[in-house]
Design a protein around this ligand. Structure first.
Ligand SMILES: NC(=O)c1ccc[n+]([C@@H]2O[C@H](COP(=O)([O-])OP(=O)(O)OC[C@H]3O[C@@H](n4cnc5c(N)ncnc54)[C@H](O)[C@@H]3O)[C@@H](O)[C@H]2O)c1
Length: 254
């Protein structure tokens, strides 16, 4: 399948990490022809990622953007529309993983987890959907997780945030299903990014244990997720909305 996103404008949050899902997605969308707006709270790093894409001929810009700030969302979406006249694709990718058992998880940590992974998507969908309604078209892809589908001990706050993303996606999809706007969630399993490196930092032996526990015997690569997102962003997915897409090497099939 040849995906052509020429003429589309895409905004990807959390795109600063060179080995992260956000940058892999921005790169794949850009290589398919989209103009890409990369955003992240790490402003210098996300500018460097946009420069890498520009160097290979992709039209890309970057913004420092805290996804928990309604003002930042207004600025980023407003600037995108001002510069490019439209917003066709929003990938709500920015996220953190607060992996603590409830005995040590405190309220500020819980709140931060929910703010960054879940409230951010509410804040972003508001201005994005308003613009997409004006256009009569658009696609939003929200990053959930397999932790938004099944329970994982020690991940209660993360699981609550990602379970919330799953149903926020479905509810919003139904609010705009008749208006040409599609909204879906993607549920990665274990993908080797900085987030996973941090998670096993204190116990490197976990790397082999995790790989062995996956039915396909290996963690996924960022492009495995980017490919699913790029498909959902494209017109090839024109009849798909309010749905959840698992990319996990078979983990949740067990
Ligand atoms: N890697 C995995 O195995 C995996 C599995 C399931 C789901 N996911 C989800 O996929 C998404 C991307 O994960 P990743 O592994 O690439 O993570 P990552 O840690 O490599 O990258 C996340 C990015 O989000 C940015 N970010 C954090 N807080 C922010 C904020 N307040 N505002 C803006 N940006 C902020 C970080 O600076 C970072 O660049 C996340 O939502 C994550 O929960 C990842």
């Amino acid at each position: 399948m040849n995906i052509d996103l020429t003429g589309k404008v895409a905004l990807v949050t959390g795109a600063a990490s060179a080995m992260g899902l956000g940058f892999a997605t921005a790169r794949m969308l850009g290589r398919a022809g989209a103009i890409v707006v990369l955003t992240d709270i790490a402003g210098d790093e996300v500018s460097a990622r946009a420069a890498e894409l520009q160097a290979e001929g992709v039209q890309a810009i970057a913004h420092r953007h805290d996804v928990t700030s309604a003002d930042d969302w207004g600025m980023v979406v407003g600037d995108t529309i001002k510069q490019f006249g439209r917003l066709d694709i929003l990938v709500n990718n920015a996220g953190i993983a607060m992996l603590h058992r409830i005995e040590v998880l405190d309220l500020p940590q819980w709140q931060r987890q929910i703010d960054i992974n879940l409230t951010s998507i509410f804040l972003g969908c508001k201005p994005a959907m308003a613009q997409m309604r004006v256009q009569g078209s658009g696609a939003i892809i929200n990053l959930s997780s397999i932790a938004g589908l099944v329970g994982i001990p020690g991940a209660s706050a993360y699981a609550a945030s990602k379970g919330g993303v799953r149903l926020l996606t479905k509810a919003l999809a139904l609010e705009c299903a008749g208006e040409g706007i599609r909204i879906n969630s993607v549920h990665p399993g274990v993908i080797w990014t900085e987030m996973q490196q941090v998670a096993i930092r204190d116990n490197p032996a976990q790397y082999d244990i995790i790989n062995a526990s996956i039915p396909m015997q290996k963690m996924g690569e960022p492009d495995d997720i980017a490919a699913m997102i790029t498909f959902l962003a494209s017109d090839q997915a024109k009849y798909i909305t309010g749905a959840e897409f698992v990319v996990d090497g078979g983990v949740t099939a067990q």
